[in-house]
Design a protein around this ligand. Sequence first.
Ligand code: FE
Length: 171
Amino acid sequence: MRKLNLLVALLCMVLCTQCSNAQNKNNMTNTNNPHYSRTDTNKLNVPDSEWKKILAPGVYKIAREKGTEYAFSGKYWKTDVKGMYYCAVCGNQLFRSGAKFASACGWPSFYEPIRKNSVIYIPDDSHGMERTEVQCGRCNSHLGHIFDDGPAPTHQRFCMNSAVLDFEADK
Ligand code: FE
């Protein structure tokens, strides 16, 4: 019996180690990123050549080359868990889950940012359209676009790419 207890204890230790390794891997983009901070709101001025070395290719493509993930493909387009959305590039606070709404567009959609200067707005006439690009207010990474067909109270729709969002659920 004592041997069995010892074996169970040993097994638990191994599993716990593997679990923490997996968690570290999930946070890889953050731990390898010296600019990532959820508390520092100072503007960043990091060249793309450096971001390219830091960011996962899928994140770099959207954040720094203004890419767009396929509709209905991102991990947050239909989630409604309570928590905070951060910039996946720099950790800047962007949106509260309370401002997220169910949108049929296939991308995570919010009606307002957490702070006025969490994001910045850039006119975008690419692809034969006149749109307004939304960038992170701290690191100037491309997040998505804003449209005026959202719900009350703002009637705005911040149409974001999941790949450039980090989400942390409320404890
Ligand atoms: Fe950012």
